[in-house]
Design a protein around this ligand. Structure first.
Ligand SMILES: NC(=O)C1=CN([C@@H]2O[C@H](COP(=O)(O)OP(=O)(O)OC[C@H]3O[C@@H](n4cnc5c(N)ncnc54)[C@H](OP(=O)(O)O)[C@@H]3O)[C@@H](O)[C@H]2O)C=CC1
Ligand SMILES: CC(C)CCC[C@@H](C)[C@H]1CC[C@H]2[C@@H]3C(=O)C=C4C[C@@H](O)CC[C@]4(C)[C@H]3CC[C@]12C
Length: 307
């Protein structure tokens, strides 16, 4: 007991001191001034907000998504807010050739790249898994394979600039949540790919940081429309979320949790009390409000409708 007290108390003190000092914030917006940044999925939501923050910080911005009209407006606003430059490329990330084309555009128009922010996600449904394997494949292409393709194409430029890769993921990429089966699969895949790649960068002394962003529920239009009615969780503000991502990226953090308390603390239960965490997660859902069978997506295991 004496031995335990003698060693455990100083050890805990050391851990607390380390946590306190390493959490000190030394982010300055100037860190991103003049940096050449790609933001995917920036026509709306968190991506759009990241573009505006980067603009205020004076970065060179290249944004992408499918909807040209929205991208045009975001670029205009970025220029008003003070971006060093702002441009867009429109197209779909279902096509890996397009993903590579976006990176090429950074090379030709910006002459290099300092930060690659991978943020886009394809549309999915919020409900029981419906057994549509084609949808899982398509979502893996958009949410995962295009991230891989862009990383591969951007790596020579990022090595040269000793830049950063930012991967926007979710609590649903760390823990099993109900009603996000295909989406969750793509987010877990990102963790596997990028955490493994980070290890290889360290072994090879490649100075390109990888920041995996673990987000809780955020108040973007698409998320609120899909899930707000079913959740007993208040969504966090997208502009603050976007700034936290950029802060974590600029500080070259390995992982980032937003909001910290609502994401990091529940995740501490994951390895030690997984069943308790699963239970707590389920208790945040209003299951009675779930539409049992959306018209075109019969729940898994049901017989096809008789003609
Ligand atoms: N909002 C939330 O509660 C949470 C969000 N996240 C993560 O944050 C990130 C941003 O989410 P959020 O801002 O809510 O998403 P939004 O739905 O608001 O935006 C998604 C973006 O991706 C683009 N996009 C959609 N499909 C494609 C496609 N096929 N090819 C290229 N671009 C496409 C959209 O533009 P367009 O339609 O014009 O192509 C849009 O710009 C995502 O990675 C998401 O997983 C994580 C946890 C929670
Ligand atoms: C400890 C917990 C109770 C915390 C709960 C946090 C839960 C409720 C959070 C964590 C991750 C969130 C989902 C997400 O990542 C992305 C999307 C895509 C969007 O189009 C529709 C909403 C959806 C499904 C979010 C729904 C809310 C989720 C499950």
């Amino acid at each position: 007991m004496g031995w335990l007290q003698k060693s455990l108390i100083p050890f805990l003190g050391f851990v607390l001191a380390f946590w306190f000092y390493s959490a000190r914030d030394n982010f300055k917006p100037e860190m991103l001034k003049g940096k050449r940044v790609i933001v995917t999925g920036a026509s709306t939501g968190i991506g759009e907000q990241m573009a505006y923050h980067l603009a205020r910080m004076g970065s060179h911005i290249l944004i992408t998504a499918r909807t040209e009209a929205k991208l045009q407006k975001v670029v205009e606003r970025c220029l008003e807010l003070g971006a060093a430059s702002a441009r867009y490329v429109s197209g779909t990330m279902e096509d890996t050739a397009f993903a590579e084309h976006v990176v090429k555009e950074a090379e030709t128009s910006l002459g290099g790249l300092d930060m690659l922010i991978l943020n886009h996600v394809g549309t999915s449904y919020f409900g029981y898994f419906n057994g549509d394997v084609g949808h899982v494949r398509k979502l893996l292409e958009i949410n995962f394979l295009s991230y891989v393709a862009m990383t591969v194409s951007a790596l020579p430029m990022l090595k040269q600039s000793e830049g950063s890769i930012v991967v926007v993921s979710s609590m649903a990429g760390k823990v099993g949540f109900p009603f996000t089966v295909p989406y969750s699969a793509t987010k877990f895949a990102l963790d596997g790919f990028f955490s493994s790649l980070r290890q290889e960068f360290t072994i090879q002394s490649i100075n390109v940081s990888i920041t995996l962003c673990i987000l809780g529920f955020i108040d973007t239009e698409s998320a609120v429309r899909a899930a707000a009615d079913l959740l007993l969780v208040a969504p966090a503000p997208r502009a603050e979320c976007a700034l936290e991502i950029l802060r974590g990226a600029a500080l070259r953090r390995r992982e980032l949790y937003y909001r910290y308390g609502a994401t990091r603390l529940p995740l501490l239960l994951r390895d030690w009390a997984a069943e308790l965490l699963d239970y707590l997660v389920r208790s945040r859902y209003r299951l009675d409000r779930l539409r049992k069978s959306p018209p075109d997506t019969p729940p898994l295991g049901t017989a096809p409708p008789a003609n």
